[in-house]
Structure formats: C-alpha cells, structure tokens
Ligand binder design. Structure first.
Ligand code: NDP
Length: 463
C-alpha cells in the first residue's frame, strides 16, 4: 500500500496550482487540489481576464469618436454597466469550468475547501473535517490586495476585487497607487465615463518602468481628462450622509468621490494555512521563502506564484509550475528563469516592455545607446487624435546587444511579447537593422531607427 494518500497535494486552484496539478496528474501521479473559492484564481476570476474585458469596454468611446474622421456617423452611444458585469461573469464562469475540467480530465481530484497544513505531510480539508496525507505538497495560494490597515476609514474603500462587481458604475472615483492596477483601472473607469483621479506617492507613475513611457503615459492620461496627483497619499476617508466619500490627502487637498479604490500592491496569502505547523519559513510580508527550484526549507513542500512574491505575473506562476513538475516528478531539476520577462500595462495608451529601462541599463553598463522615436500612429491621423506612440530601444554599446525595448501605444503588449523573443535570444541592434520592415505598421519603427537618438557614457548623456 502507498505510504501517502496522494503523490502531490496542491493548495490553491489558480493558474500555477492548476497547471502543476494537471501536468503531474498527466504523468500518472495521484494528485489532489484544494480551492476554497473559484477555480482560475486571481487571473481568471478577478484579475487579468476580467480586467482585459473591461479595458475593451472602456475603449469604445474613443473608437466612436475616432470613427468620424473615417466618415462614420455614430449615433449617441449608451453604456450599461450591469450588462458588462453580467457578460464578464458568464465568460469567467466558462473559463473556471475549463480549469476544473482540465484537472479532472487529467485524473486529479478536486476539493472545494480551504486546506490547511497539519504537518509536513498532512493536510486538513476543512469542508470535510478530515485529514489526508501527501508525499509532496505545493502551496500556490496567490495573494490579495494590500488592505492598507493604517488608513483611517479604510472600510469605506474598495480594492480591485470589488471594482469588477460594483452594483452601480460610480460617477466619480479616486484611485490610490501608481502601479499596474491603479493605472489600468484609472483608464478603465475614465473610459466608461467616470470622473477619475489618481493619487500616487512618488514623483511619476509606474515606478518600475522606463521614464519615457511613464511620462508619455502620464501626459496622455491627463489629456484624456484623468486627474493625476503626485507626491500625495490618502490621510483619511470618511463617509458623508449622502453615501459619498470625503478623502483628505497628505498635501492638504480634500477630494469628494463615490468610490475610493486602493491599489497599493498585493500581499501573499499565507495566513491560516498551517505553514507554522509544517515548519515552513516565511519572509517580511508573509511570503513563502523558496530556493531557486521553488522548494521551501521543508524538503517535500514547495511554493509557486504570487505567494512567493517573486514576480507577480500569471505566466511566471505557470512557468514555475512547469519547472516544479520537472524537478519534483521528472528527475530533471529545472529552475524558473525570471530574467527578461515581457510585461504590459493595459493602460490607454498601452505599455509593452521587456528588459532594462534606460536608468537600469545606465547602472549596469558604462556605455549605452538609446534609439527613440515618437510619432502619431497612422490610425490617429484621420481620427484627429494627437496621442503619440513612443518606441525605444536600449542598447549596450560595447556588444551591440539590445537590452531593453519599450513601447507606448496601440498593441504595445502584443509587440512586447514578440520583442521578448529577440531580447531573450540576445539579439543585437545589427540583427534588428538586418530585419526587413513590414510596411505600413507601427512596429516597423523598431527596425528602422538607424542612428542613436543619444548615448549615455558613464551615466552622462551625450547627444
Ligand atoms: P504594484 O506593485 O504594481 O504597485 C503598487 C503601487 O502602490 C505602487 O505605485 C506603490 O508605490 C504604491 N504603494 C505601495 N504601498 C503604498 C503605501 N503604503 N502608500 C502609498 N502608496 C503605496 O501593485 P499593484 O497593486 O498595482 O499590482 C500588483 C501586482 O499585480 C503587480 O505588481 C503586477 O505584478 C501584477 N499585475 C500585473 C498586471 C499586468 O500584467 N498587466 C495587471 C495588474 C497587476 P511605489 O511605486 O512608490 O512603491
């Protein structure tokens, strides 16, 4: 008889957990997975997928406006929030079903329950009130929005979790934060006709991105009518008798809004998981500490995805899951590769980026060359839209290698995915130059910037 009930028990049915369960079960391993909420995790249920659907929804007013320049007369358009929420719900329910089917189809067993570690090989299944045992355990419980407990009145605020399912579309919203979620939702709400204000503590939004894109996006958002307040944070929030909110900012300004959304980063879900009982070590914000192979300090317990707070992106969690299966079940130790990850901010205009920003490159290389173009994409011309597209390549002068590629504009995310292959392959600026342009596209600019716009030598800009 087998020593344990399962070869693998996975806690958390998000992108990482589901992928690991499915692939391990496909290898003939006896696999179980527990999920207390809905299969699909943050990405499918209240993250990437519904977000992208809402981005599409919010882009229509600009399409309608642009249509006039192409000869179309569009009758007065009306938007119904509840239809969007209901259609989004139908789509994520469909995807949720696919996730579950994939696990079951591969032979995995599903528990709709919270699961808690009792010791290194024992898991308590709450809804069933019993324990099961497993040889290997994978924690893939993801993260949750930072609740910002220190903010007086925080109980009146919403996070991205609630933003998708608000009973009514607010007339006005204030969003705190300057990262992916704050910026994406500011554009979504503005596009849907909500008076939107973004409040960020730093000098410029999107602190982890190239400064040209940060400034370019900031300008474009303001031009559309989004108010951006920098170097300020919320001091307190209070509810008015009419249900609206009063918000005091650290710069002394007082704002009124129907909703105040906090998008101040995400925290790992490691509470009430029994990790102390199993002896698993955690870090400063509760993240599970793992080695290069996603193994915790306890030999048979592993962790992947947002709960490890390495890189909080869905494809990274999926990649970590694949590497985990290789390591734990295929006798092929494989460490996830976190270098050079393409990423997009689905703002309007969109950001797509891969590799090093100009500032990061300057701190790593003595000599870099910058190729930069800013232009109106063709579709904006007849539309009468001023919005500019920015493309930028960051090149290590000594080797010619393109170490960063940054795009602001329509379809920037799609471009970043493909640029990711070139940068991952270590291609040089000469390789870009040898590539034939595809005309007329916006992306052709990436292979037709022949002369550096400027160079940086030992941190100093040289024209
Ligand atoms: P981010 O880490 O992107 O941004 C958090 C923002 O909150 C930053 O601007 C940060 O400021 C600010 N902040 C943090 N703490 C405080 C505080 N106490 N007071 C004031 N401001 C504060 O997190 P998000 O919540 O936007 O998103 C979480 C993660 O989800 C992202 O990191 C990303 O990995 C992932 N994600 C990816 C998306 C995509 O791929 N398109 C979309 C959405 C999310 P500062 O910059 O100064 O530190």
């Amino acid at each position: 008889m087998a020593k344990y009930d399962y070869d693998l028990f996975v806690i958390g049915g998000g992108s990482g957990g589901v992928r690991a369960s499915r692939v391990a079960a496909g290898l003939g391993k006896r696999v179980a997975i527990a999920e207390e909420y809905r299969f699909g995790g943050t990405c499918v249920i209240r993250g990437c997928v519904p977000k992208k659907l809402y981005v599409y929804a919010s882009q229509f007013p600009e399409h309608f406006a642009d249509a006039a320049g192409y000869g179309w007369t569009v009758p007065d358009a009306k938007f119904d929030w509840r239809t969007l929420v209901a259609n989004k719900e139908r789509e994520i329910t469909r995807l949720e079903g696919i996730y579950r089917k994939n696990v079951e189809g591969a032979g995995g067993e599903i528990f709709h329950s919270r699961a808690r570690l009792v010791d290194a090989h024992t898991i308590f299944i709450e809804t069933e009130g019993r324990t099961v045992t497993a040889d290997q355990i994978l924690i893939a419980t993801g993260g949750r929005p930072n609740p910002h407990e220190a903010l007086p009145g925080r109980e009146h605020c919403i996070s991205s979790n609630e933003a998708f399912d608000l009973p009514e579309l607010p007339k006005s919203i204030v969003i705190a934060g300057g990262g992916y979620i704050a910026v994406e939702f500011a554009n979504i709400f503005h596009g849907l006709g909500v008076e939107t204000t973004l409040v960020y503590r730093g000098l410029e939004i999107l602190s982890r991105f190239d400064m040209d894109l940060r400034r370019g996006l900031h300008e474009a958002m303001e031009q559309k009518g989004i108010r951006i307040i920098l170097q300020a944070v919320g001091e307190w929030v209070a509810k008015r008798p009419d249900g609206g909110l009063d918000i005091l900012l650290s710069n002394g300004e007082r704002l009124g809004a129907d909703q105040f959304m906090l998008a101040l980063g995400r925290l790992p879900n490691t509470e009430n998981l029994g990790i102390e009982a199993a002896g698993v070590e955690t870090g400063k914000i509760g993240e599970i500490l793992v080695d290069a192979y996603s193994r915790t300090n306890v030999e048979n317990i592993w962790a992947i995805g947002d709960v490890t707070n390495r890189v909080q992106l869905t494809p990274v969690a999926i990649h970590e899951a694949m590497c985990f299966v290789e390591t734990a079940f295929k006798n092929n130790p494989t460490n996830p590769d976190h270098e050079c990850i393409p990423t997009a901010v689905f703002s309007q205009p969109e950001i797509g980026t891969v590799g090093l920003s100009e500032d990061e490159a300057c701190s790593r290389f003595e000599q870099i060359d910058i190729y930069r173009a800013a232009f109106r994409p063709m579709r904006n011309i007849l539309a009468g839209r001023d919005e500019k597209m920015i493309m930028k390549l960051v090149v290590d002068h000594s080797t010619g290698q393109v170490v960063g590629a940054h795009v602001l504009g329509p379809d920037a995310g799609e471009m970043a995915q493909l640029l990711g292959i070139s940068l991952k392959a270590g291609l040089t600026k000469d390789d870009f130059d040898r590539t034939m342009a595809l005309h007329p596209t916006a992306a052709e600019e990436l292979v037709t910037m022949y002369k550096p716009s400027y160079s940086v030598r030992n941190g100093k800009r040289v024209e």
